[in-house]
Design a protein around this ligand. Sequence first.
Ligand SMILES: [Zn+2]
Length: 286
Amino acid sequence: MQRTIQLFLILVFISGCFAKKQIEKISKPGTTSVTSPSAPARWNNAQIATGIDIKISTDFNGLFVDADKDGDGDNLFVQMFKQWNGTTNLYTFFETDGDTVANKNYTNISDFYDGEMGIYRSNNWFSNVSNQALAVTQFYGIRRNVGSSIEHIELTHADIIMNYRDYSFTMDSSSNSAYDLPSVLLHELGHFIGLSHESDFLVSSVMQPYLSIFDVNRAVTTADTSATRSNYNASLLTANNAIKALNTGIQEEKDPEEGKIVRGIIELRANGKCLHYVDGELVHSH
Ligand SMILES: [Zn+2]
């Protein structure tokens, strides 16, 4: 059922800057762009009825210690899942059983587009992803309701990969010598469920487009809760389904982009530079 055509999603990205802060961008490894760069991305109702089965690489096992467990006995990764689950009582974004999977040591990032979704570590990194990236979320989705007011990307697959070749991570929130892994994960999980960056740097949010080695952001904020609820509100999803049905019924009026599969790769960067991208093009750097 998967289409062979892959287009690459470009998101508009403009951000405020801080010295010594890290920033990320949307990379565009493909050759074709989509026409609506600002379309929101979300999972459909069925996928998040009981939680997405996102698995944790067994390569992280050694990092989970009893002292970090919460009252339910859940490790720090599952605690980050629960942070996003707690933003709405309409859906469960992530299963919280902490299922594990053997690490996948793919050298081609597109190979992660397989039958499992997970959180992995890479010791090799990827030729088409910057070595300035701490981590990436790669997602795939289907273009829905193209040209309408509720155009969006219906997410179908995503993975999070941490760059262990070039960076060090820690579970110790008091460490200032490595990146706080739960904080990196919480941010990437926000992208996993379709959130983009908080554009106002005065707003407290785990979706701020930077993370420094000193930052520990292990809890979503009221702004993150609002962003999630607006992306997944009930009336919007009802309207989405109605228009999807309409599109299925009137084939000849479908936009040619309708139903195409797109891919996005979002890098969390660690170079401390301020990079301003618009439609995937670098327009300003300082
Ligand atoms: Zn980000």
